[in-house]
Design a protein around this ligand. Structure first.
Ligand SMILES: Cc1cc2nc3c(=O)[nH]c(=O)nc-3n(C[C@H](O)[C@H](O)[C@H](O)COP(=O)(O)OP(=O)(O)OC[C@H]3O[C@@H](n4cnc5c(N)ncnc54)[C@H](O)[C@@H]3O)c2cc1C
Length: 171
């Protein structure tokens, strides 16, 4: 087994949640190495965009999982590609060769909606329409409305594009 897979397996082996989030499967289940399964996560909906062959897929179940994956990959110099629902049309969630795909779709908790502060605390895998419905129950409106909103996640929707980042840094 490669050092990367061994390190990920070890890092994900403790199932103690740090943030109260549900933990799907044990550590081994969250680390996916089956090439057929990984292949189905290797690219988004951009038919034209190139993509590589990932080394592994981690279906994160908590912030602790995310931190552990990033720690291992930073130590070993392995790229991490985060991914929500994979509905993007620009290849942003596409795998790099040898990367770890970090799927956030299982982290779909709506932790708090505070109508007074107009604040929602959510995990990155919350589906846009689910958050809109939950906000509406408090008389609030969550405005982002891509046509993919029945499937796409807030993590993939709120990530700034390079163009948006450049625009905001020059504003
Ligand atoms: C049928 C269809 C209709 C669409 N309609 C629209 C539309 O009307 N308007 C529009 O703007 N877009 C639209 N899109 C594009 C896409 O659905 C949206 O951009 C959507 O918000 C992406 O969400 P996702 O969860 O699928 O993100 P993904 O495709 O999984 O990821 C998008 C980007 O965000 C990054 N990312 C994902 N999660 C995280 C995270 N937690 N932390 C950091 N980075 C993260 C990924 O690496 C990638 O770069 C459409 C796509 C389809 C297939």
């Amino acid at each position: 087994m490669s050092e990367l897979l061994e390190s990920l397996r070890e890092a994900l082996s403790s199932d103690a949640p740090s943030d109260g989030a549900p933990m799907p499967g044990n550590g081994s289940a969250r680390l996916v190495t089956d090439p057929d399964v990984i292949a189905s996560y290797a690219h988004d909906e951009a038919q034209w965009a190139p993509y590589g062959t990932p080394a592994a897929l981690v279906r994160a179940g908590s912030a602790r999982d995310v931190a552990r994956v990033v720690e291992v990959c930073a130590r070993l110099g392995v790229p991490v590609v985060p991914r929500g629902a994979g509905t993007g049309l620009s290849g942003g969630a596409n795998a790099l060769d040898g990367c770890v795909l970090l799927s956030l779709e299982a982290m779909d908790g709506i932790l708090e909606i505070d109508p007074v502060e107009r604040l929602a605390v959510v995990q990155p895998g919350v589906v846009n329409d689910d958050l809109r419905r939950a906000c509406a129950e408090h008389g609030l409106w969550y405005p982002p409305d891509p046509a993919s909103s029945p499937w796409s996640t807030i993590g993939g929707t709120s990530r700034p594009t390079p163009a948006a980042s450049a625009a905001s840094s020059t504003a």
